[in-house]
Design a protein around this ligand. Structure first.
Ligand SMILES: [Fe+2]
Ligand SMILES: [Fe+2]
Length: 355
């Protein structure tokens, strides 16, 4: 592609670098010229052979040390590596219709799942200094969310969000092997969810550079969360799916608030920011719908889908029901769960609505 965009990352840098640091990026998809302007040192110009997308650092690592985490494959003769899962196409109206929803806890297992999510949410808000204002409430300046703070939150949350689908899929795979029985299609949806969450993360990593502290937090969180979820899923997969359903309710809230702040002009850095190429390809984002706001709309819609899928799976008989998202139904007239978001149910499908 020949289009060239010029992005200023000044305010990101001022948060982590001396005040006299100015950073300009001239970007193209066929190559890149990076001009680092420091008032004390003059102009440095580097040219990279890689397809490059500008990074918004969430670290104190100097900009000139930022590397491309996953450059295109360098194997001779290889053009690209294709994915097994093609993302369903979402249209704009469907994405605008995505709304915050909450499934009422009906029994003790729902309360366990909801309680766990509330503890997680409180811990996350406390450690990252996040607080959402009540209507009409004016919070102190330290709670103001900047682009960098949002990005920190997104990156951390996505590294955690990719765990449950993989653990659930893995354990159902092992159960199928061990008991020599069919799985009835659950594994694929669970692994695809994990893949989708990882694509969210990889997309954000094209826009931001995590520092050592974030990496340490991610390492610790993964160690604890993977093992905790692994044991929990062995004990009660139903509670685990409910837990993920509630977690995804929170994800939809998080992305909705970020979109609202962007629309209210509180995140000026993102107003002219384009979605990276990896996102354009993955979500098949149409021309004219490739801004940062569009990207957040796509990701929020994915989270709403995870919310529906996990609440639905939490309503089913774990050992014997087929996966309603991988099923060909005898009655095509009756509405059924689908892979897209055309008939999204915020609180999930009840078992009697499906079978
Ligand atoms: Fe996600
Ligand atoms: Fe999710």
């Amino acid at each position: 592609m020949s289009s060239v965009s010029v992005l200023s990352t000044t305010s990101f840098r001022t948060a982590t670098r001396p005040q006299n640091y100015i950073h300009l990026i001239a970007r193209s998809y066929s190559g890149v010229t990076i001009a680092n302007l420091r008032s004390s040192r003059g102009l440095n110009t580097n040219t990279s052979q890689w397809n490059y997308t500008s990074k918004r650092p969430i670290t104190s690592t100097p900009q000139n040390q930022i590397k491309e985490y996953f450059p295109p494959p360098q194997t001779p003769g290889v053009k690209e590596v294709k994915s097994a899962w093609v993302h369903p196409v979402y249209n704009e109206d469907q994405m605008k219709n995505v709304a915050i929803a909450h499934r009422e806890a009906n029994n003790w297992s729902d309360w366990v799942a909801l309680g766990m999510v509330r503890v997680f949410r409180w811990g996350m808000d406390f450690t990252t200094g996040y607080k959402h204002p009540e209507p009409g409430e004016n919070l102190p300046e330290r709670f103001r969310m900047t682009e960098k703070k949002w990005m920190n939150r997104f990156v951390f949350l996505e590294t955690v969000a990719g765990v449950p689908g993989m653990v659930g899929g893995m354990l159902r795979h092992l159960r199928s092997l061990r008991r020599m029985k069919r799985d009835n299609g659950w594994i694929e949806t669970l692994l695809e969810e994990a893949f989708n969450e990882r694509m969210h993360l990889l997309t954000f990593l094209k826009l931001a550079e995590p520092g050592w502290f974030m990496r340490l937090m991610v390492l610790g969180a993964q160690g604890v969360f993977f093992n905790g979820f692994f044991v929990s899923y062995l004990i009660s997969p139903r509670i685990c799916h409910r837990f993920v359903g509630y977690l995804e309710e929170e994800a939809v809230i998080t992305y909705t608030r970020a979109i609202e702040e962007l629309e209210a002009g509180k995140l000026p850095e993102w107003e002219s920011l384009e979605a990276p190429q990896i996102a354009v390809q993955y979500w098949q984002m149409p021309e004219g719908q490739r801004t940062m706001k569009d990207l957040l709309m796509y990701i929020r819609a994915d989270e709403a889908k995870h919310r529906e899928v996990n609440h639905t799976l939490g309503n089913l008989v774990q050992a014997s029901d087929p996966n309603p998202y991988q099923t060909a139904y005898q009655n095509p007239v009756r509405e059924h769960p689908s892979k897209g978001i055309e008939n999204l149910k915020g609180t999930g499908w009840e078992r009697k609505e499906i079978f």
